[in-house]
Structure formats: structure tokens, C-alpha cells
Design a protein around this ligand. Structure first.
Ligand code: OSB
Ligand code: MG
Length: 369
């Protein structure tokens, strides 16, 4: 495929409700989209960076820089066979996984359109539907959180994840468990603790959590291996896993029993499949994480989650969990049984990009020809 033009489009889409994590309170999705043009086809990719380097070292500014200066020149007016070759050609770029994954996402879109196949078919997905859960932020009061849980249980989400941070942890989980003794419950600390908090993590064992996500440092696998040996509850790594090599080390050290795969954090689908396969070989279940993404990224996540070892509920919510208006037609919706259908050439499920919605949300556009 020859790429004749590339656009980077920055959009802002307000959240329906603020979403607070241990590291910031989000009020909107401020995102970069990459649109690649190849002959009569165009493919979009979504960059999952945020407005600031809070979740990982990248932000929208660094991603714009890396995509413009290094990634687009590698493909513009060049004949490239597809996403795998792109990943190969850009392997000299250290880090900057969110930027690389955005361009890779767009290349997968072009490839699937040219070959008239779904992403699920291209990567060897097996599920027709994927199970989804909801990620709930830190709320002003426990009462507010309980109301949110009630709302989303009512909508059918059957795995509830709650964000914790120092000062919003033990008492909150205890209250939630008291009200909902039987729901599938997980907590996500987004790296807000250290091994000094080991007693707190031991105390969570009484709550029968499915797993605890990323309790310790974002680059750490050593301390997580110490913690995992001290607690019953499985640890699920998120931030700490950026490559198959990270996953191998975490598995060998016993740092986790579950892995959350975000294709963006792991440099794209090509590397995510390797992590998926390694985890499958080692009996480590995986699930697809989210970055409060817009529809383009959300739909790609649905397809990735169709791989066989994605057995736990995913952070792939309906578009309306975050937005009044999303950028795909149709928007992402969940069915009553709390699943989302995976786009496939045999079931007629397909999503188009809503160009008009993007135009309305656009704050800047950079064109490379
Ligand atoms: O740690 O999983 C996380 C959102 C932004 C950054 C990090 C995380 C999250 C979420 C939300 O938990 C998942 C989603 O609904 O997209
Ligand atoms: Mg997480």
C-alpha cells in the first residue's frame, strides 16, 4: 500500500461526567486522530495519549511530535506491505508506544478495507461477542459511588472496577462489598502505592476481589512479585507491561496472575498479539483495558478482544458511558447480556467513522502530503 497523504487531527469531546483516577480528574477526551489515505481508501487510527504525561511518559504533544517527525515520514509515499512492516521499520524508535500504536491502528484499518476482511479475521479472533465491565472513577462520596454502581449494574455491566487512591481505598471497598456481596469486583490503583502499604493489600483479601490492578510503580515488576507472594488476591498488571519482554519477566518472577492488554500501551496490535499468545501459553488470562477512548479506538479494542485468551471482562464500555456523542456510526452499544458484538464480515456488524462529528470536535489539523 502506498500512503499518499496523512492528517493528524486533534479533537476534544467533553465527558458526560468527570472521571477521576489516582493521577487526575478527566473532564473531556482530548485526543489525536491519524488519518492515512491510500489510493481510494482511508483509515483512521486513534492515539490514546492524554493531555498530560500522567498515565505514562507520553502526552498529546509528544505524540504529535513523534508521529509528525518520525512515523509519517517512514510511510508517506513509500510502498509498505502493512502494519507488521511498519512496526519493523520503526523499531529503532525507543518508547513512544502510544504514538506508534496510533499509526499502526490506521494501517490495520487500511489493510482490512483493502482486503475486505474484518480485523477479527485478520488477527485470528474467535469470539462473536466480548464480555464487558465498567471502570468507575473516584467519587466525591461513597454514596455517590454506590449510586454509580447501581446505575451501571442496571445497564448490564457485570464486572465492576473501582479506582482507588490513598485515602479512598479500604473503607470504600468495604462499603461496596457490604452493599454488593456477590458482584464481580476489581480495584485499580494506577500505581499509587508502594510496598510500605503491604498490610492494606493483605486486608483486601477479605473482599474476594477478582484481581487488584497495578497497585505499585508503573515500571515495577520486582516489588509486585514480592507483593503477589504475600496476598491471595491476584495482581493484574496494566502500566508495567509495555511489551512481550515485560510480560515474560513478570510471568517468570510471579509478579501477576492476570494481564490487562491495552494495544496502545503495548505499541499496537502486533505486539499485543505476542503478549496474548505468551500469556495463553502460561495460563495467564488477559482482558482488554481502556483509555477512555473515542469510538475508533473502542472498536479496535472490541476486535482485539476476540482473541481466545481474552477471557475476563474488558474495559470496553458503550460510547455513552463517557460521551453524549461519539465518532463512529453506529456508536458502540452493549446488549442486554452485557456483551458487544465483534465486527465481522459474516455478521454485518460494522462501524464507520463519523466525519461530521470529527469536524465539529476538531481543534487543529496537520496535513502531510
Ligand atoms: O488504568 O485502566 C486504567 C482510564 C484512563 C487511564 C487509565 C485507565 C483508565 C480506566 C478507564 O480505567 C477504562 C475505560 O473505560 O476506558
Ligand atoms: Mg488500569
Amino acid at each position: 500500500m502506498i500512503i499518499e497523504r496523512a492528517d493528524i487531527i486533534r479533537v476534544k469531546n467533553p465527558f458526560r461526567f468527570p472521571f477521576e483516577t489516582a493521577f487526575t480528574k478527566f473532564v473531556e477526551r482530548d485526543a489525536l486522530l491519524v488519518k492515512l489515505y491510500s489510493e481510494d481508501t482511508a483509515g483512521y487510527g486513534e492515539c490514546k495519549a492524554f493531555f498530560a504525561p500522567l498515565y505514562c511518559p507520553e502526552d498529546n504533544g509528544t505524540a504529535l511530535h513523534i508521529i509528525s517527525k518520525y512515523l509519517i515520514p517512514e510511510i508517506l509515499h513509500k510502498d509498505i506491505s502493512g502494519p507488521e512492516e511498519f512496526i519493523e521499520k520503526t523499531s529503532y524508535i525507543r518508547g513512544n508506544n502510544l504514538a506508534v500504536a496510533a499509526v499502526e491502528n490506521a494501517l490495520w484499518e487500511i489493510k482490512r478495507k483493502k482486503e475486505n476482511k474484518s480485523l477479527k479475521t485478520l488477527i485470528g479472533g474467535v469470539y462473536d461477542q466480548v464480555k464487558v465491565g465498567v471502570s468507575l472513577g473516584i467519587e466525591p462520596t461513597i454514596k455517590d459511588l454506590l449510586e454509580k454502581i447501581e446505575k451501571y449494574l442496571g445497564e448490564g455491566y457485570h464486572r465492576t472496577k473501582i479506582k482507588i487512591k490513598p485515602g479512598w481505598d479500604y473503607e470504600v471497598v468495604k462499603e461496596v462489598r457490604k452493599h454488593y456481596p456477590d458482584i464481580t469486583l476489581t480495584i485499580d490503583a494506577n500505581s499509587a502505592y508502594t510496598l510500605k502499604d503491604i498490610d492494606l493489600f493483605k486486608s483486601f483479601d477479605e473482599f474476594n476481589l477478582k484481581y487488584i490492578e497495578q497497585p505499585l510503580g508503573e515500571n515495577d515488576i520486582i516489588d509486585h512479585s514480592v507483593l503477589q507472594k504475600e496476598i491471595e488476591t491476584p495482581i493484574c498488571l496494566d502500566e508495567s507491561i509495555e511489551s512481550v519482554e515485560d510480560a515474560r519477566q513478570a510471568i517468570e518472577l510471579g509478579s501477576c496472575k492476570v494481564i490487562n492488554i491495552k494495544s496502545s500501551r503495548c505499541r499496537g496490535i502486533v505486539e499485543s498479539i505476542k503478549i496474548h499468545d505468551l500469556c495463553q501459553d502460561h495460563g495467564i488470562p488477559v482482558w482488554c483495558g481502556g483509555m477512555t477512548e473515542l469510538g475508533i479506538g473502542r472498536v479496535q479494542n472490541i476486535s482485539l478482544a476476540s482473541l481466545p485468551n481474552f477471557t475476563l471482562a474488558h474495559d470496553i464500555a458503550a460510547s455513552d458511558r463517557y460521551f453524549d456523542k461519539d465518532i463512529t456510526i453506529p456508536e458502540v452499544k452493549i446488549s442486554k447480556d452485557c456483551t458487544i458484538a465483534v465486527p465481522d464480515e459474516t455478521n454485518g456488524v460494522d462501524y464507520e467513522v463519523d466525519e461530521e462529528a470529527i469536524d465539529r470536535m476538531m481543534v487543529e489539523r496537520h496535513i502531510f502530503k
